[in-house]
Design a binder for this molecule. Structure first.
Ligand SMILES: [Fe+2]
Length: 232
């Protein structure tokens, strides 16, 4: 399997490129509009065919590159079930699997950051956790139908049921970290370790974070797969 973690410094977003080396088919998870040229050059250099762009959720902090990549490559745009994005080619359900050669990408319904957020499990060994679980943190729950109780249940009842050595690849990192494991996060994530559901909810409800700078433009743009007339 080819597995690459790509970074957008402006929004601290990770995009993941996953490909089967035999069939040369590729998936991009959470592409960023401003990084489409970078991602496409890499895909072309490696001789890959982009089949799918997959979103973990409708983002509030950056505009997706899916619409532009679809125009340029003919790939399919896939969003979680119930996500408002009429532009998508497909909505993916909990437990549904996308197969490319020897690679299996399974959608895991992990709401709480938003109400239709998916984590993607790649071959059962890599969890692309989007904004559900970060390295030593987690996504906020104070807008876009977020719900801290639901996020606690998603993390403890789904993500933390994977073996301790399972790799965690988050949707963002703001401190230069790239990868963690389920075991490490169970032990050291300050939002979860030693906390019960009630204490997690209290903590999340007391964060008082400012809105992301791009929320007013990003959410409506992402509901159109990032196709904003002025930007696309
Ligand atoms: Fe998000």
């Amino acid at each position: 399997m080819l597995f690459r973690q790509l970074f957008d410094p402006e929004t601290s977003t990770y995009t993941y490129l996953i490909a089967d080396l035999e069939t040369k088919e590729a998936i991009l998870v959470d592409p960023v509009l401003e990084q489409v040229d970078r991602d496409l050059s890499l895909i072309q250099e490696l001789g890959l065919t982009l089949r799918y762009c997959l979103e973990t959720h409708i983002h509030a902090d950056h505009i997706t590159g899916t619409g532009k990549l679809r125009d340029l490559t003919g790939c399919q745009g896939i969003v979680p079930e119930h996500a408002i994005a009429a532009c998508a080619n497909r909505h993916i359900k909990d437990g549904e699997v996308i197969t490319m050669g020897s690679i299996e990408v399974k959608a895991l319904f992990t709401p709480g950051h938003t109400n239709c957020h998916m984590t993607y499990a790649v071959n059962g060994t890599h969890l692309l956790t989007g904004d559900a679980l970060f390295i030593r943190g987690c996504g906020r729950t104070d807008f876009q139908s977020g719900d801290p109780g639901q996020l606690y249940d998603s993390i403890t009842g789904c993500l933390f049921t994977y073996p301790d050595e399972t790799l965690i690849y988050p949707g963002h990192d703001y401190r230069g970290q790239t990868v963690s494991t389920v075991g490490e996060e169970k032990k050291f994530n300050p939002r979860l370790a030693g906390r019960d559901r009630t204490s997690f909810i209290e903590l999340m409800n007391s964060l008082n974070l400012p809105d992301p700078q791009k929320i007013m433009e990003a959410v409506p743009a992402n509901q159109k797969c990032g196709k904003v007339p002025a930007l696309s």
